[in-house]
Each structure stands twice: as C-alpha cells, then as structure tokens.
Write a protein that binds this ligand. Structure first.
Ligand SMILES: [Zn+2]
Length: 240
C-alpha cells in the first residue's frame, strides 16, 4: 500500500538567496526542498510556455531530463494541479492547463478592476509602516527579465505584491477572493515577453510610491492604470 501523500501546498516565495543564485542547471542534487525545486523548474517551463498550454506532460521524460525519479515529479505535478496550472485527465495523465479564453480573461480583469483599485485605496490608509517598507523592498527587488526562470519568478513576486496590498486593505474577504483567482499565473501564461515584466516594474513603482505617501486616491488610480495596462498587454494574445 502506498503512503498517503500530504496535501499539496504552494511553497512560499523564493528567499533572497534563491533570487541571487544564477540560473540553475536542470539537473538537481537531492537536498531539502527538493520537491519544491522540481516544482519550480516545471512551473517555469509552464509559465514561459516551454511546455505549451493544453499539452500532455510526460512524467518519464521530465524525470529523465531533470535527472530525478518519478516520485518528486508526481508530487510537483500534484502541487501544480492544486494551482490550476496542470490538470489530470483519465487515460491521458497530466496535461498543462489550457490558456484562458477571451471571455475568461475579460471576466478575470473585470473582477480585478472592481476590487484591486479599492484594495489599494484602503491599503494606503490602513497598511502598517513596516509592511509598506517591505512592499517597497519587494517591488524594487523584482528585476524584469526574459529568461524562463526570471519570468516565472517575476510572476510569483507580482502575485506576492498584489497579495500584500490586498492584505493591507484590512479586509480578509478581499484578500481571500483575489487569492482564489490565481490570476497572475493565468495572466503571465498568455505571453512570454520581457515587455510584460519591464512595464509592470515601472507601474509598480508608481503604485508603491502612492502607497508610501499614503495618497489613497493616487494609489487607487495607479492600481487601476496598472491593471488596465496589463489587460492591454495581454489580451491580444488571448485565443477564442
Ligand atoms: Zn502587478
């Protein structure tokens, strides 16, 4: 009888040490956090479209390519399934999730536009000074990049930045409902291009600036503009 697997969890954002590390070779040595490393490699492949959407993922080839057994690959895929990046299909196995279609993207941005500018307005008024400083550090550390791993890392950090602002709104329901959308994973997967990260980096600076000044109206406007521009960057790449 096989041991019951622990529920899939999403690993925390990469530590600063991880970020400084140069692009890792694809073969890994066994170590602590090993499954998380495998998870990050596969997620970077999914986010950068190296594994195209709606495509069967061969556990066997991944295991050979990364140089690990099938077990950590299966565990990593199960974590990715919980995030909606892969799906498990009967008689087929794991597949990368299809990209969102135009209607789903429009719906996602509609919800974001309704909720996130308001969250930013509240955060300007309610977020603690220490949290604001940490947010500023995070925004500054988000180096735009076009490599597979830097793109994936940017998507992860972008998700973290928006999550912290939602938390800073002081309304747990706002934070919870935004987190459930996994919007950054789906949005960044529409397109793999350095323009996406470079432009977002500048928009974040304006947004965080307004939050630091505790200018609620400017923070709301900056968030609205950031989401609208993100929509304009991404929607031409939506199918259907
Ligand atoms: Zn953003």
């Amino acid at each position: 009888m096989t041991k019951r697997r622990a529920p899939a969890t999403v690993p925390p954002i990469a530590s600063l040490d991880d970020r400084r590390r140069p692009a890792a070779p694809r073969r890994l040595a066994r170590s602590q956090g090993f499954v998380e490393e495998v998870f990050r490699l596969i997620r970077a492949d999914l986010m950068s479209l190296r594994i195209p959407p709606d495509t069967r993922i061969s556990i066997d080839s991944l295991a050979r390519e990364i140089g690990v057994s099938q077990t950590p690959i299966r565990e990593a895929l199960s974590m990715l399934e919980a995030m909606g990046l892969v799906t498990k299909r009967h008689f087929v196995g794991y597949c990368s999730a299809p990209q969102l279609n135009r209607k789903q993207i429009d719906e996602l941005y509609e919800v974001r536009l309704l909720v996130e500018p308001y969250a930013a307005r509240c955060a300007a008024e309610r977020m603690g000074d220490d949290d604001l400083r940490a947010l500023q550090q995070l925004a500054r550390s988000m180096q735009p990049g076009a490599s597979r791993t830097s793109y994936d890392r940017f998507a992860d950090q972008d998700s973290e930045l928006h999550n912290r602002i939602a938390l800073g709104s002081g309304n747990a329901l706002i934070q919870d409902s935004l987190a459930r959308l996994h919007s950054h994973l789906h949005i960044f997967r529409l397109r793999f291009h350095s323009e996406v990260t470079t432009e977002a980096y500048g928009e974040h600076a304006t947004l965080v600036d307004a939050l630091i000044r505790r200018d609620a109206a400017a923070a709301e406007a900056a968030m609205r503009e950031h989401i609208q521009k993100s929509y304009e960057r991404m929607v031409p790449y939506a199918k259907g």
